[in-house]
Design a protein around this ligand. Sequence first.
Ligand code: COA
Length: 189
Amino acid sequence: MDHPLRIDITTSIPPSIHAEYQTIKDLSYVWLKSMTAADRKKHSDQFCSQKDLISHVLAYRNQLFAGACMLFSRKVFGDRPLLLGGIGGLFVKKEWQHQGIATAIIKKAIDQLIKEGCDLAYLCTDVDHLGSLYEPFGFTPLKQGHTYLGKSGNRYTEYDGMLAPVKSRRLFRQIIDNPIPFDIGLGNW
Ligand SMILES: CC(C)(COP(=O)(O)OP(=O)(O)OC[C@H]1O[C@@H](n2cnc3c(N)ncnc32)[C@H](O)[C@@H]1OP(=O)(O)O)[C@@H](O)C(=O)NCCC(=O)NCCS
């Protein structure tokens, strides 16, 4: 049976799917709910940059909400300024996983980051388990790590980042080959 997939880019979640979006997202990130108070405080310090949100990618299968991700962007000032795109909060409804829906969402996300003029795309994930989902789009592990400031001013350096070229393969190569952790600015996505 054919299950047509539609993928929309929106600046906000339509009210008609708001409740379902939240329920499926909560089920997909159930570990967020079981965090200790200290971990929750740290997490909100780290993921403090909702102001960078540019759009939502929303997938519908047979007109029914199926999954989503968020897109972010910010100027990053390193050796030279660049526009960094980001993908975060990707999830697909459990019953419909392993049917290529996340792959279709990521493809649309990258197309949108091209339209936004991003030089590079960044995301964080469990690279060992989910790296193969992102690798077909050029995402490569940031083996040297990435670093950012939390809202508190604390600096975090982590090793679960992946980077892909969007408009600039040259900047991508420079950062991937640099032994110093990539500084993504204020807040993780
Ligand atoms: C991760 C997730 C979004 C994948 O959605 P999906 O629609 O099933 O992904 P796709 O069908 O496009 O997967 C394509 C390929 O990516 C890899 N992949 C996808 N999900 C995977 C998983 N959970 N574990 C390992 N590899 C996975 C596989 O190689 C897969 O190919 P296969 O189905 O032939 O094995 C979905 O499992 C989910 O919502 N998980 C909970 C939330 C989450 O962890 N989000 C990711 C945050 S970075």
